[in-house]
Design a protein around this ligand. Structure first.
Ligand code: F0G
Length: 335
């Protein structure tokens, strides 16, 4: 069952409204024993890469695109570091709408680009960064009857808050939630979801060191990080995110690319969980900064590792070349 059907009474949709769904949500929440050992506390992983397009964006997109259809829109647009583009393109295709996505040229992971193109979206490679792309699409959506499906769209947050419901349904309670932060829509959505359920876990947000405006308290003009999904210097949901950190008695901190990559490899090799680099920032942050006195922590792994095969191959071991005879195969396998 998709999110809108499952949580209709807590979402701004009425029975009979058009629903564009790929049966998103209901993602796995798995206990991470190796990470728990390293962190010294009980750690669960919310595997948002198990959504239909491989990221948490599908939760928001089913709502944003359904609302766009309800309003009679014919086209949707977004700025994106990749995942929003892939998700918007997929849901637009399913709804029979035109999709356009503006991405920073050369700075989005290969899998995301392949998805957006395969779903038939117009993919525009901006010679600029995400922050510039977002400013431009906001302007464009004001001038033309095109639905903007970035997380400045309130329907996106409505959909994404359902991940908090699922975590609470599965665990009953938790003390802290660790989450990567880019444009700051997702942490805002989790906080909304938790408050609607009268739950107040500490929210710990983590940004990449070279793209950490919320940590520095000032926009970053030229954000940099290997975690291209969160390469954002001026988050749209800045105030809401800060309110989530202070209101929940959590906080926001930075992690280096080296710490992100360490967590990324550790999760794949020791937990069997392959997430993309930006997602690993949640675990990297927990390992680097802790979660104070939390006894039960959920780390949100926002996107699937297959999104970014190039970073994976650059971080993994080499393949073993082999001649097609049994002696050579024996040597290769048993060495
Ligand atoms: N993790 C992944 C894999 C993401 O793609 C994003 C954001 C985030 C974390 C951060 O979430 O922006 O709500 O704070 N990706 C957006 C995109 C910006 O365009 O795909 P956020």
């Amino acid at each position: 069952m998709g999110l809108i059907a499952r949580y209709q009474e807590r979402l701004p949709f009425a029975p009979g409204d058009p629903v564009v769904s790929l049966e998103e949500g209901s993602t796995p929440l798995v206990l991470a024993e190796r990470v728990s050992e390293r962190a010294g506390t009980e750690v669960w992983l919310k595997l948002e890469g198990a959504n239909p397009t491989g990221s948490f964006k599908d939760r928001g997109m089913t709502c944003a695109v359904s609302a766009a259809v309800r309003e009679g829109a014919e086209a949707v647009i977004c700025a994106s570091t990749g995942n929003t583009a892939a998700s918007a393109a997929a849901y637009a295709a399913r709804a029979g709408l035109t999709g356009a996505v503006i991405v920073p040229e050369g700075k989005i992971a290969t899998g995301k680009l392949a998805q957006a193109l395969m779903h038939g979206a117009k993919v525009i490679a901006l010679r600029g960064n995400f922050d510039q792309a977002l400013k431009l699409v906001r302007e464009l959506a004001e001038r033309h009857p095109i639905a903007l499906v970035n997380s400045v769209n309130p329907f996106r947050l409505e959909g994404q808050k359902t991940a908090a419901f699922e975590v609470l349904d599965a665990l009953g309670e938790l003390d802290a939630l660790c989450i990567p932060v880019g444009n700051a829509g997702n942490v805002t959505a989790y906080w909304k979801g938790f408050r609607e359920m009268d739950s107040r876990p500490r929210l710990f947000g983590f940004q990449a060191e070279g793209s950490a405006p919320l940590v520095h308290g000032a926009p970053v003009e030229h954000p940099e990080t290997i975690a291209s999904a969160i390469r954002i210097g001026n988050p749209a949901r800045w105030e809401e995110a800060m309110e989530a950190f202070t209101g929940s008695h959590g906080g926001v901190a930075a992690v280096s690319d080296a710490q992100i990559l360490d967590a990324y490899r550790f999760l794949a090799a020791n937990e069997g969980v392959f997430c993309e680099p930006a997602s690993a920032a949640s675990v990297a942050g927990l390992l680097a900064h802790g979660a104070r006195d939390a006894e039960r922590v959920v780390c949100v792994l926002t996107g699937h590792g297959l999104k970014d095969p190039q970073t994976a191959l650059s971080q993994a071991g080499a393949v073993v070349p082999c001649e097609p005879d049994i002696a050579a195969v024996e040597r290769a396998v048993l060495a």
